[in-house]
Design a protein around this ligand. Structure first.
Ligand SMILES: [Fe+2]
Ligand SMILES: [Fe+2]
Length: 250
């Protein structure tokens, strides 16, 4: 009779299976992942795929997501660590903010955590727009611009971190300045502003906030599609699928 494998043997067997699977697969990165490191005008060399298949679904190097993924599944399998988001949401709660602000805080930087960095407020807003109140998506979209502009009335200052990261002379692009001007005059300005007030930069690496703290808030403020996030036909489902399967050939 065969002896049961111990943990080390199981790990090694799994690694061996993965490397065998990878040997049979060609995985091609999207231009957006490589642009800059390579010139996007130069044609990608055609993958040599002799005897191999192009990846068309789950990437075996990534943890597999459940068949009907929820928002929390994306946090657990694709956005972790999400400490900044969790701590911002907890701070908003502690400061007595409305659930809309707490919900917005919880997802405001998911584009940075798991998708695309540049214009992260716009990407995050678009990702969640079909599933949240309009005001929540609006606040997430405009937090990106409002971050650059102080508002003394609520004690919001230009972040010191930005001076360090971008240099003291950095001036936001005209579209960001215009977005700020527009947001200032909007009825939901304070929702987005409160998001920036609770958007913690100096978060404490020793404080661990559990996602489950927000189960009820998310239950009330995020319309989870029955088919699973990314497998419904919403205007942003393709974006969730791209996060789930980032290396599909087509
Ligand atoms: Fe942000
Ligand atoms: Fe943030």
């Amino acid at each position: 009779m065969m002896r049961a494998m111990n943990t080390l043997e199981r790990t090694e067997a799994a690694e061996h299976a993965l490397s065998q699977e990878l040997d049979r697969l060609v995985i091609v990165k999207s231009t957006i992942y490589t642009s800059g490191e390579r010139d996007p005008r130069v044609p990608m060399p055609r993958p040599s795929s002799e005897g191999k298949r192009l990846l068309m679904g789950h990437d075996p190097r990534l943890p597999k997501m459940p068949d009907k993924p929820t928002l929390f599944d994306f946090f657990n399998y694709r956005f972790a660590p999400a400490n900044h988001l969790l701590q911002s949401a907890r701070l908003a709660q502690k400061n007595g903010m409305s659930e809309k602000v707490v919900m917005a805080c919880l997802v405001h930087d998911i584009a940075i955590a798991g998708f695309i960095r540049g214009d992260h407020g716009y990407w995050a807003a678009q990702l969640v727009e079909p599933y949240v109140d309009e005001e929540v998506a609006w606040a997430i979209r405009y937090h990106q611009a409002l971050r650059f502009f102080p508002d003394e009335s609520v004690g919001y200052r230009y972040p010191d971190l930005y001076s360090t990261l971008f240099g003291p002379d950095y001036v936001p692009e005209p579209y960001i300045q215009e977005a700020h001007r527009y947001a200032r005059g909007h009825k939901w300005y304070m929702t987005a502003r409160m998001l920036t007030v609770n958007d913690l930069y100096a978060f404490d690496p020793n404080v661990k906030v559990e996602l489950e703290e927000f189960t009820d808030v998310v239950g009330r403020n995020f319309r989870q599609p029955e088919e699973g996030l990314g497998l419904d036909a919403s205007p942003s489902s393709h974006m969730w699928r791209t996060i789930m399967w980032p290396t599909r050939y087509l």
